[in-house]
Design a binder for this molecule. Structure first.
Ligand SMILES: [Zn+2]
Ligand SMILES: [Zn+2]
Length: 304
């Protein structure tokens, strides 16, 4: 099942910026209804068997989880041809059966979006049924944000010019209307640190506007991804201010996920993710369980 070398740096623990200590923040609570972004050992950068997440969800009182293993369309990306649809579907559906009386397990995926592969992604989604889909832009091994290239790429450039290649791709993903939500819209913060710090992006919210407007236009949700809290950016992807701007521009749907790739980061920071959504004025999370889209209310304590 495991493929060979990893050419794309994504969310495994040894990556740029490292990860926070392995304990959950003490405030992480047990009344959270949903973690909608999780990777199992059916992703090349995770080694977590699905039952481990299911048991953790039961223990933490998280009543629903979406398994969103990577689906890549470029041979240069690690999940390309890693685990086929039938395998992923049967593993998740069988686990859903086994655990069904204790935790709801949904079959989702995280598709790596690139404009050059949009037709293939569209075709994949036409032929395969998921409960829930995340479209995300990752860091191309031959792109400007690769570790060996990023320092010289940012040299002498404005913040706008630095984020442009990533943000343009995310905007196209948002505009495509292919996905339920767009994952970690400013994940590039992780790769820019320490050359360009998250504060520099925070000072330029207008750079996010084309992405947020595209989400509104296509009716796609915006994800609050909490993996940034344990990576070099030390904040969610994106922050409360950007989620609030999304709402101001007409956005009505947000999702929240820990993007765990390891057992000890299951639901990590999810509490904070909910706070970000609530702080931006949202009272529920967007989700889908195969059929129509629905809303999962945030616990009452977030909706003050
Ligand atoms: Zn991702
Ligand atoms: Zn992910």
């Amino acid at each position: 099942m495991k493929s060979g070398t990893r050419t794309v740096d994504r969310s495994s623990p040894s990556e740029v910026g490292g990860e926070a200590p392995r304990r959950h923040p003490p405030e992480d609570s047990t009344d959270l209804p949903l973690d909608s972004h999780l990777h199992t050992d059916l992703s090349p950068d995770s080694d977590v068997p699905i039952d481990v997440y299911a048991a953790a969800a039961v223990e933490r009182g998280i009543s629903e989880i979406a398994i969103t293993d990577h689906v890549d369309f470029d041979p240069g990306y690690p999940a390309y041809a890693f685990a086929d649809f039938a395998t992923r579907e049967s593993v998740v559906r069988e686990a859903a059966e086994r655990w069904g009386d204790r935790v709801a397990i949904r079959f989702g995926c995280e598709l790596t979006y690139e404009r050059r592969h949009e037709a293939e992604i569209r075709d994949h989604l036409r032929r395969h049924r998921y409960d829930f889909t995340i479209g995300s832009v990752h860091i191309a091994p031959d792109g400007p944000y690769a570790a060996e290239r990023v320092a010289s790429f940012v040299q002498g450039k404005s913040v706008a010019a630095v984020v442009r290649p990533y943000f343009e791709e995310v905007e196209a993903a948002a505009r495509s209307g292919l996905f339920d939500t767009i994952g970690h819209v400013d994940f590039v913060k992780r790769y820019l640190t320490p050359h360009v710090m998250p504060d520099a992006l925070a000072a330029a919210p207008e750079l996010y506007e084309p992405i947020l407007r595209a989400l509104v236009a296509s009716g796609t949700a915006l994800e609050v991804n909490t993996s940034g809290l344990r990576q070099s950016a030390r904040e969610t992807y994106p922050t409360t201010a950007i989620v609030a701007l999304f709402r101001e521009l007409g956005g009505t749907s947000v999702t929240a996920g820990s993007d765990a790739h390891r057992a000890d980061t299951f639901a990590f920071g999810l509490e904070e993710g909910y706070r970000v959504a609530a702080g931006a004025g949202f009272r529920s999370l967007a989700f889908r369980r195969g059929a129509g889209r629905l809303r999962v209310p945030l616990p009452a304590r977030f909706r003050t």
